[in-house]
Design a protein around this ligand. Structure first.
Ligand SMILES: C[S@@+](CC[C@H](N)C(=O)[O-])C[C@H]1O[C@@H](n2cnc3c(N)ncnc32)[C@H](O)[C@@H]1O
Length: 283
């Protein structure tokens, strides 16, 4: 087990490995260090309670150690997008902080070089992540699936007001109006979309960010994986989000069980707050 952990760490945590231990200790300020250790501990406990595999847990730890190194390169492109999004009507932003990770995946999978990239998004809200996809991938077409009625966390009033909910679809339409030719809008639940979609429809990139209840996430995971091309990338948002009091009602439980079910058909690309996988086999 230890050898396995070390092998993964050696592959992806070079800067920390080569740092002298005393330099590392000096760099970590005690208050920050305590907070970081506490967060990592809570995440690890959560991952264990939601059936994460040992491999996933190791990749999560490696991700924590490497996040800064991976994303640093993409911060200028994130800043450029922040300027571009200032023209949008937004009441919330649940996406911009993921942009460096997304760019690193776009580069690793050469999504910018692929022609006619097909993207599916489950859960678009006011269209910020949709806008980013169409802005960053100029040759892409995007299918957005949403009820535009909000999910449990919005309807409960915890993450949105009634006023925000009543404006969300209008904001989406306004924000995406410049991309009309490359956008397909489907209004309804993801479940109804899967039932009406063409059986042979396949996508290069799929973003799952709709309902966060584990039952819905499980259906989204299975159906989206089916609709993903081999070599395509599937991104789950809110992998580590704890909203429902019972841990197993949250996205992680569904994602971890889905990963067990499909073992051998995917490669985990990145584990942090989001879970990013590549489909390697059509099973
Ligand atoms: C967190 S928001 C999406 C945020 C968006 N991806 C972004 O980053 O800006 C979740 C969205 O999922 C939608 N939603 C909730 N349950 C759904 C379902 N069963 N099928 C489709 N969409 C759903 C909600 O209406 C809401 O707009």
């Amino acid at each position: 087990m230890l050898v396995y952990t070390c092998a993964i760490m050696r592959n992806i945590s070079q800067p920390i490995k080569t740092m002298h231990p005393m330099t590392l200790i000096r760099k970590l300020k005690p208050g920050r260090c305590y907070k970081l250790a506490k967060n990592v501990f809570l995440d690890l406990r959560y991952l264990v309670k939601t059936y994460a595999s040992f491999h996933t847990i190791v990749l999560y730890i490696a991700g924590r150690m490497n996040n800064d190194r991976i994303t640093r390169l993409y911060l200028p492109r994130q800043s450029a997008f922040i300027d571009a999004k200032s023209a949008l009507s937004l009441s919330t932003d649940w996406f911009t902080h993921h942009i460096p990770q997304w760019f690193s995946v776009f580069d690793a999978y050469r999504l910018l070089d692929r022609s006619q990239v097909k993207v599916l998004e489950i859960g678009s809200w006011e269209g910020l992540s949709s806008y980013f996809i169409l802005h960053a991938l100029p040759d892409a077409t995007l299918t957005c699936v949403d009820t535009w009625e909000g999910a449990d966390e919005h309807k409960s009033g915890r993450y949105a007001t009634q006023e925000m909910l009543s404006n969300v679809e209008q904001a989406f339409d306004r924000n995406l109006s410049t991309f009309k030719g490359r956008l397909v809008k489907y209004k309804g639940t993801s479940y109804s979309f899967f039932n009406t979609a063409q059986p042979d429809q396949r996508f290069d990139l799929i973003y799952v960010d709709g309902s966060h209840h584990c039952h819905d996430v499980m259906i989204d995971a299975i159906k989206c994986f089916e609709m993903l091309k081999v070599g395509g990338v599937l991104i789950f948002d809110d992998y580590l989000w704890r909203y429902y009091p019972d841990f197993i009602d949250n996205p992680a439980a569904a994602i971890n069980l889905f990963l067990k079910l499909k073992k051998g058909s995917y490669k985990i690309v990145r584990v942090y707050y989001q879970m990013i996988i590549e489909k390697i086999d059509d099973r």
